[in-house]
Design a protein around this ligand. Structure first.
Ligand SMILES: [Zn+2]
Length: 103
């Protein structure tokens, strides 16, 4: 496995996981349950990490994440649960409702 992304929180980690899996990339979330139990550890050690399971998919995952970071300041609100999603998403990361197309 190869790490492709360090998220600032579990919801961002889930966003990235969803995006990559939608694109056919097999990923694992590490430290997914660490948030909220920071204790004495430096915060960076408990940030959720997204790892690509198959190394040949790593470059693809990286380019998807570059697109995600580029678009991450543009969001669209889900009609189902009102969570905001990156405009590049076709379905809501939270409830899997289809998202409105933003042009
Ligand atoms: Zn939703």
């Amino acid at each position: 496995m190869q790490r492709v992304f360090i998220a600032s929180g579990i919801s961002e980690a889930r966003l990235v996981q969803q995006m990559l899996e939608t694109a056919g990339v097999s990923v694992r979330l590490l430290n997914a349950h660490a948030a909220g139990g920071l204790g004495e550890l430096p915060a960076t050690e408990t940030w959720p990490e997204v790892w690509v399971e198959r190394e040949h998919q790593w470059a693809h995952a990286c380019s998807l994440i570059r697109d995600y970071e580029y678009a991450s300041d543009q969001t669209v609100d889900c009609r189902g649960c009102t969570e905001s999603n990156p405009v590049t998403f076709e379905i809501c990361w939270n409830c899997r409702e289809s998202l409105p197309v933003v042009s």
